[in-house]
Design a binder for this molecule. Structure first.
Ligand code: ZN
Length: 587
């Protein structure tokens, strides 16, 4: 170590500090990343460091700094510097005029999701937003990252350019945040699509056949390149974590992180669902990574970034993740209609669709979608699901109004040309104007009813264009209580209670335990059967534990609602309907 030179602060605004991260994991089984950040060429009396509170793509404040331990700062002569904590994610260091400062800290990493960090004896995975500080005012500076694996056999995968075997360079903090790292003995499969190198990188064991997956991934990449007219990257990585349970994905510009249950790759429905996940995250490299709502043009890592347009970023992407595998030939027309029917069923059986407008759902993502509770289905509507439904209607509207000459694909291309290529944020008004210009129609009324309002979506009015009809099915057709009951450890627990349902009007709450109907013990699996012996309007008595109090409450049974919706092609479609249907389910 050499003593650093004491210098006077400069007034030159053009100088750049040098930022170098060293990330080690000496004892990975302890789940602790050991991080050193060296800031050199620093000329100010104090150095501020802030840790993001969220990761782009996942709209919830996650307080990453809560996992931080052992923060300290030293000079290059190893003299400890005074540090002050200014806010939950903000530290300030007094530099004593030293121009090189090294900050050390540890981050606990034991949360295996696509947007958090996970370190154990088998691998390390991190999202830089959840691990690295930024220097306010210097987010544009390049950042060097050196990884020190615990074992020489561990490999490093990241979309960042490599400058030496273990060192990578991020052009700026946004690029760093957009570049997850996988460190370990992951399997790496190289393949080429449209002359560009791609990798499928897999951590964990499972029943995936990499070649089968790659064959279908290639088809998806080709279809999406066809929609947008080429691939806007040099290389792309599909990073797949095989998990004990649970799934998810997080999009990046040149990479995506996928989490999928390890034994869920069988041919058929499970494989199809995986390919929908791939299609979804890959689609995001255009829609939301480059075509960004104005509020996300420049990320504010310190707080919520509010936008009414996530219905387009996520919902439209969800609509296309059903269509693209169909267009790629991964499933047939019938399977596509069955998949879309399932989505419509989920939508139509969510009472919150008539409560929360789509634009508000997007705006409030930060406090609602990622924090569901027992009342969420009554009061909220996911911008993924309703955005998907609204995109379906708009796609059918455009196909109808243009006699099949245009589709929502033209909206995507126009958004890509006007906003995505140059990464200029779009406003909701600009998006509406583009959709209107493609549909050649004023959509103020559509927006008022279905995007800013909560009117029921008139599916059949729009599906008629392609000769398809939505049918509602009432599977059991027994008088309804309006609550969902599940057996849990020998108890019959009430999981949710629908708004204005007989159960809610009788004062039953989610979390109550159901004991008896009309004085006789009842199990969740026998409830429907028992209700068959009553008529709509009948008064029955439910015995419950309401909290810890035993109660018997009278309930008036109501007519049941449809529980399933199914898309069917009409029997005698016109030539135009047939032609538009064919164009819809093929690219
Ligand atoms: Zn998404």
């Amino acid at each position: 170590m050499t003593q650093s030179t004491v210098i006077t602060p400069t007034t030159d605004q053009n100088y750049l500090p040098k930022l170098v991260y060293k990330i080690a994991m000496l004892q990975p089984q302890t789940h602790l990343f050991e991080i050193e950040l060296t800031v050199s060429n620093w000329t100010k009396e104090s150095l501020d460091l802030k840790m993001p509170v969220w990761t782009p793509g996942s709209y919830l404040v996650r307080e990453y700094a809560k996992q931080l331990q052992y923060f300290s700062a030293v000079t290059d002569g190893d003299d400890r510097l005074a540090t002050t904590k200014i806010a939950k994610h903000h530290w300030q260091i007094q530099t004593n005029h030293h121009n090189e400062i090294t900050i050390s800290y540890r981050m606990f990493a034991n949360e295996l999701t696509v947007r958090t960090n996970h370190l154990d004896a088998t691998h390390g995975y991190f999202n830089p937003a959840a691990l690295c500080f930024f220097v306010p005012g210097y987010e544009h500076c390049p950042i060097e990252i050196t990884i020190v694996p615990p074992d020489p056999s561990w490999k490093i995968t990241t979309p960042l350019p490599q400058i030496s075997p273990q060192t990578f360079l991020a052009a700026d903090f946004d690029t760093l945040v957009d570049s997850p790292f996988e460190i370990g003995c992951q399997q790496i499969y190289d393949f080429t699509v449209l002359d560009k190198p791609h990798q499928l990188v897999i951590w964990g064991e499972g029943n995936i056949d990499p070649q089968v997956a790659i064959d279908d991934i290639k088809k998806i990449v080709e279809i999406e390149a066809k929609i947008f007219g080429g691939l806007p990257y040099e290389e792309y990585i599909f990073l797949l974590h095989l998990s004990p349970a649970g799934g998810g994905g997080l999009e990046h510009k040149n990479c995506c992180s996928l989490l999928y249950p390890r034994f869920s790759f069988q041919a058929g429905e499970k494989h199809n669902r995986f390919m929908q996940l791939v299609a979804h995250e890959f689609f995001h490299l255009w829609n939301v990574k480059r075509i960004r709502p104005a509020a996300l043009e420049k990320f504010d890592y310190e707080r919520e970034n509010y936008t009414p347009s996530l219905w387009f970023s996520e919902g439209t992407t969800s609509y296309y993740d059903l269509l693209i595998p169909r267009w790629a030939g991964i499933y047939d027309e019938q399977e596509f209609l069955a998949e879309l029917s399932k989505e419509i069923t989920r939508f139509m059986t969510t009472p919150g669709r008539l409560v929360q407008p789509l634009s508000e759902s997007s705006f409030d993502a930060w406090i609602k979608l990622y924090r569901p509770d027992a009342n969420s289905s009554n009061s909220q509507m996911s911008y993924y699901l309703k955005g998907e439904m609204v995109t379906l209607l708009l796609d059918l509207l455009i196909r109808d109004r243009t006699q099949g000459n245009k589709s929502f694909d033209n909206v995507l291309v126009a958004m890509w040309e006007q906003f995505g290529k140059a990464e200029i944020g779009f406003t909701e008004t600009q998006l509406q104007q583009i959709i209107e210009s493609i549909a050649n129609e004023d959509l103020t009324d559509f927006y008022d009813r279905y995007i800013h309002g909560v009117e029921e979506l008139p599916f059949n009015d729009y599906l008629a264009a392609v000769g398809v009809e939505l049918k509602s099915i009432n599977t059991n057709n027994v008088p309804a209580l309006g609550m969902i009951v599940k057996s849990e450890y020998g108890k019959e627990m009430i999981k949710s209670v629908a708004s204005n349902s007989p159960a809610q009007l009788a004062g039953v709450d989610p979390g109550d335990e159901l004991l008896a109907v009309d004085g006789f013990k009842i199990g969740a699996d026998k409830l429907i059967d028992r209700l068959k012996s009553y008529q709509v309007g009948a008064k029955i008595e439910l015995t419950i534990f309401h909290g810890d109090r035993l109660a018997t409450v009278p309930v008036i049974l109501a007519p049941s609602q449809p529980d399933r919706y199914q898309l069917e092609r009409i029997e005698h479609p016109t030539d135009l309907q047939q032609q538009l249907f064919k164009a819809w389910v093929n690219l």
